[in-house]
Design a protein around this ligand. Structure first.
Ligand SMILES: Cc1cc2nc3c(=O)[nH]c(=O)nc-3n(C[C@H](O)[C@H](O)[C@H](O)COP(=O)(O)OP(=O)(O)OC[C@H]3O[C@@H](n4cnc5c(N)ncnc54)[C@H](O)[C@@H]3O)c2cc1C
Length: 386
């Protein structure tokens, strides 16, 4: 049958492209579908930072450790220049509450072997010479994070997967599913249907909406609109990607409708500064910036980097990021619908991208995986109800 595959991956972002590569490489006749072009979702809107210290501390440690090892060999495996480089990660702290939260986090990170350390205000410029420490108490610093070029990674996966026979269908939106005797059979798009033994949803923030087409209330997945902008290239070289410690003050719940401006800065491999990030829990996917975003991002950045005052902004954007209340991804088989898998809502997606593809492929081809995914099962804690 023309549109019958062993496996269909829905979503051509970081996660979907990795899953499609690993499934194709394992010899499965695989298709990838996206409602837009390649990287139509959050994967075209981010900094490409490989974040180690931004992990959920209870269940995600093994995943992040394994994920780190896969990143190290990635350029070699794909035989592709991904712009991979080492970078520090710095969380500047501006009040005592943040200091206390991050001191506790430092101890937890160290106890699981992650080398993050608290530094004082007077040490800040040693690790990031461009920062103005005047209004800061210090920071939590990790010397061993990194960055890659998001588009190179996604293109590399898809190009290599093509050589293993991957078939690609872009501008092809999944609008429904057929489930028979609790087993996934096919999915519907406006012009044609596709059938497969296995379907993997790598659909990021839109996964909950797709769940409704399956009669499932995937209430775990909510989403925030993350917003950022890019400047003209700078001659200086920043040593770190920075995110305000206020991210950790927020807790899991971002109040609906409230715009939060937490500084997040990275420099791209081309020298441009990526400035963010204001975010709010949203009920729409508007890629345009709301009018408050540019000034709120600018204010949060200029607090620590007054030297950037006269930089020219080239453009800004917004993208929906999937999030869960417990900070864990939805990753593994949907047990109530045989043949259906999910890989979405990772807290730091870039670092887990290679491991996610490998793990889903092991689950599909052998029924088990090296990584223990028990805590990430999509239907944990009645996260998914029918
Ligand atoms: C400003 C900003 C900065 C960020 N910086 C970082 C960072 O430095 N490091 C990091 O790890 N993360 C970062 N993130 C988060 C990161 O971008 C996301 O976690 C990541 O892109 C999610 O990838 P994904 O493949 O899971 O989902 P997505 O990239 O969102 O892909 C989902 C895909 O599914 C498709 N899709 C959805 N529904 C359907 C349907 N019905 N039919 C067909 N296709 C469908 C979409 O079109 C989309 O292409 C940042 C986010 C933002 C906004």
């Amino acid at each position: 049958m023309k549109n019958h595959f062993d496996a269909i991956v829905v979503g051509a972002g970081y996660i979907g492209s990795s899953v499609a590569y690993h499934l194709s490489k394992a010899g499965l006749k695989t298709a990838i579908l996206d409602q837009g072009p390649i990287a139509a979702g959050a994967s075209r809107a981010n900094y490409g930072n490989i974040q180690v210290q931004d992990l959920e501390l209870e269940h995600s440690v093994t995943m992040i450790r394994q994920a780190q090892r896969h990143i190290e060999t990635l350029e070699e495996e794909l035989d592709w220049n991904l712009g991979l480089r080492k970078l520090g990660g710095l969380l500047p702290i501006e009040n005592e509450n943040q200091w206390n939260i991050l001191s506790a986090r430092e101890k937890s990170l160290q106890s699981i072997g992650i080398q993050a350390s608290m530094i004082t205000a007077s040490q800040l410029q040693e690790v990031e010479p461009t920062i103005d420490p005047t209004n800061l108490l210090g920071g939590l610093y990790h010397s061993d994070e990194g960055q890659l070029d998001p588009f190179q990674l996604i293109f590399a996966y898809l190009t290599r997967a093509r050589a293993f026979g991957l078939q690609e269908f872009y501008h092809t939106q999944v609008i429904g599913f057929e489930v028979e005797h609790s087993r996934i059979k096919s999915l519907k798009t406006p012009n044609q249907n596709f059938s497969a033994e296995f379907i993997v949803l790598c659909t990021g923030a839109q996964t909950a909406m797709l769940g409704r087409k399956l009669g499932c209330d995937w209430n775990a997945i909510h989403y925030v609109l993350g917003q950022a902008m890019v400047t003209e290239p700078l001659p200086i070289q920043m040593r770190n990607h920075l995110a305000s410690a206020s991210f950790f003050e927020m807790g899991a719940d971002i109040p609906a409708g409230v715009l939060l401006a937490n500084m997040a800065i990275s420099q791209s491999t081309h020298g441009n500064l990526l400035l963010g990030e204001s975010m709010f829990e949203a009920d729409h996917f508007d890629k345009n910036l709301p009018y408050q975003a540019l000034p709120s991002i600018s204010r949060s950045v200029l607090k620590y980097f007054p030297a950037f005052r006269n930089l020219r902004i080239l453009r800004g954007w917004s993208a929906a990021i999937a999030d869960t209340r417990d900070g864990l991804p939805l990753f593994g088989p949907v047990e109530s619908i045989k043949g259906l898998y999910m890989a979405t809502a990772f807290r730091s997606t870039v670092i887990v991208t290679p491991l996610a593809g490998k793990t889903i492929t092991q689950l599909i081809t052998t029924g088990q995986s090296e990584l223990d995914i028990q805590a990430f099962l999509p239907e944990r804690n009645a996260y998914v109800s029918h």
